[in-house]
Every structure is written in C-alpha cells, then in structure tokens.
Design a protein around this ligand. Structure first.
Ligand code: ISE
Length: 347
C-alpha cells in the first residue's frame, strides 16, 4: 500500500481525541478520514484537529461514505461490540481501546466473528507493552541475566476517579493493564487472582472500595501483588518492581529535572496516563499503522483481550468471595498463534 491508510476514529472523548492528535501530528502513513461522535461539541473539537475529516454520528455512515481502511475504537467498552462486528464484516483493520469488552461472553463472540476472516484484524490497546521501560524489564526477564523472575510488585495509582467509577470497574477498566502485562512480562498465563480491601480511602466516593490489593499468580508460579488506588491525589504513577534470583529491577520512577533546593529533593510526577504513556501510545499507533499497511496485526490481539476479560471476571468474583479464584479459559484457537507457554491451555 503506497497511499496513507484512511482511519475512522469512533468516540472523541479523551483517548479518541488523543489518537486523532497523534495521527495528525506525530505518526506517518495514516490520515483521519472520519470522526464518529454523536456529541456535537466533542465532535467539533475533534474535527478542528483533523482538517478534511468527515464528522459522522454513526459508524455505518463512515463505513459507507468515507472509504475507510481502518478504525480506532475509543468508546467505553460496552459500546465496542457494535462497532467491531460491522468493521470485521467490512474486513478493515481495528485498533480497539482496552478493555476489548467488559465480559468474557462478548469477547468470545468477537473471537468467533474474527475467525470467519482469513487472519486476525483486531489489535487491543494495551499500550504498556510498547512502553520503553516495560520493554527493558521484559528484555531483562527474557535474558535470564538476573536469574529467573520470582515475583512482581506493581503499583497502579490514579489521582482521582470519575463519579462513574465502581469497585468492579477498578478491576475491569484499570487492573486490566496488569492482567495483560503481568503474564506478558512473566511469559506465562495467569492461573489465579485474589482481591483484598485495605482500609478505605475516605476521599473515595461512598460506593467505592478504594484502594484494592490484588494477588495474581501465573502458571509458572510468579506471584504479582498489585496496589490499585484511584483517589491517591498526588499524581499518576505506575511502578513495577521485578524480584529475581540474583537481584531486583524497577521501572516507573519519576524522571526529568530533579532539584535539590531549600532542604528538599523534588522531581515532577505525571498527572495523567496521557503523559506517562505518551511515548508508548505513539509507538503502539505507529506500529499498528505499519502492520495495517502490511495486512498484519503487530501487538496484543483479540485473544489477549479475551484473556483479560476472563481474568477480570475472576477478579470481580474474588472481590466478593475474598478468596483465591482460578482463571479458566477456553483453549486457544490456532488462528491466534502459539500459546504463551507449553502448559498454557493444557488442562
Ligand atoms: C484508564 O482507562 C487507563 O487506561 C489508564 O491507563 C488507567 O491507569 C486508568 O485507571 C484507567 O481508568
């Protein structure tokens, strides 16, 4: 393909707008051909970033009228399926923001529909896999230079939660990242999940059990503890420490200008995931564009999205039982390539 691919962005909220800005100013090989957004103000603000793009209220209009080659789905998860099915029918490339869906049944419906095509078309927006520091940690784990990976300590901290946040949603929408990245780092699928609630943050809405402590175990026996906080005020922070046989390694520390002044040491922390993972999003979208032009998917696919949906469901159950819940998946279809480890889907 020599011409730029024509992309429709469905949903012009925070992430959709961020991707529109990215494609118009930082990536190459793609143009925004259509913006699908029913809210007029949002649509107008997004359209101002992408001169020449059509503005539509429905995805089928964009499919019919804008000659699109690909779609970025940036709506809330409950609205992913109604865009994914017609996009698959049209045979176009899909970058779907995480989570793929908010339940495993709908994820399975998507896998079934995708397998009617000759190859995978869906990439899921687990952008951490493209982050430079996560890539370094993964390379260290894979090299074996520090010995085997034994455990991970993960902290996932958001400054404040929107009023729509729920206790289950903290697993489905936020811990979703760790449900993807922990097995990716460890090179082994998740086997179980346990969720406990520490003392409640009084700054959280009354309905919210925040923070949460999550314990994940991989089939290979790596244990990952995750502190998920969504009202921690000071900033946005995602830190991961790997414990190895011969040492430890950490990613996610604040970087940039450090100051020693007036008796204190300071360095700025991120306020939002848009800046913390800006580089990762750029790489993710550029690689998605490049792969789309080659007719491939080069990143977490719909199968990975399904695995996260299953693990999140187990996590929501674990919130209510307070005990360890096993994560059980259907066997991996050959369509999605080799399983993560030999034992991945053996049971
Ligand atoms: C948000 O949707 C994200 O994906 C962020 O990375 C995550 O930190 C946040 O908790 C989610 O709500």
């Amino acid at each position: 393909m020599t011409e730029d691919i024509r992309v429709a962005v469905v949903g012009a909220g925070l992430m959709g707008t961020d991707h529109i800005r990215r494609i118009t100013t930082r990536t190459t090989g793609a143009v925004i051909a259509a913006i699908v957004e029913p809210d007029r103000n949002r649509a107008a603000a997004a359209a101002a970033l992408a001169p020449g793009a059509s503005v539509r209220t429905r995805f089928d209009e964009a499919l019919e009228l804008d000659s699109i080659d690909a779609v970025i789905i940036a709506t809330p998860a409950a609205f992913h399926e109604p865009v994914i099915f017609p996009a698959l029918d049209a045979g176009i490339a899909i970058l779907c923001e995480k989570p793929l869906t908010d339940d495993s049944e709908s994820a399975l419906r998507i896998l079934d529909a995708e397998q009617r095509l000759s190859r995978p078309h869906i990439q899921v927006g687990f952008m951490r896999r493209f982050d430079a520091e996560y890539q370094q940690l993964k390379a260290l784990i894979d090299s074996g230079d520090a010995g085997a990976l034994l455990a991970l300590h993960c902290a996932h901290r958001n400054p404040s939660a929107p009023p729509s946040a729920t206790t289950a949603g903290m697993i489905i929408d936020s811990v979703a990242h760790e449900l993807d990245i922990v097995p990716w780092l460890a090179g082994s699928p998740l086997a179980s999940i346990e969720v406990r609630f520490p003392r409640r943050n009084s700054l959280a809405a009354d309905n919210l059990r925040d923070p949460q402590l999550i314990l994940l175990e991989t089939e290979s026996g790596v244990l990952a503890d995750v502190e998920m906080s969504v009202n921690i005020q000071f900033g946005y922070q995602v830190r991961t420490e790997g414990v190895f046989e011969r040492g430890v390694a950490e990613i996610g520390r604040p970087s940039g200008l450090a100051q020693w002044r007036a008796g204190s040491f300071t360095t700025a922390e991120h306020a939002t995931f848009e800046t913390r993972f800006a580089g990762a999003y750029d790489v993710e979208v550029q690689r998605w564009i490049d792969a789309t032009r080659r007719g491939q998917v080069d990143g977490p696919n719909a199968w990975d999205g399904y695995l996260v949906a299953v693990a999140a469901e187990a996590g929501v159950l674990a919130q209510t039982t307070g005990s360890r819940v096993e994560i059980k998946t259907v066997p991996k279809p050959a369509f999605y390539g080799a399983p993560l480890s030999a034992t991945a889907e053996a049971q």
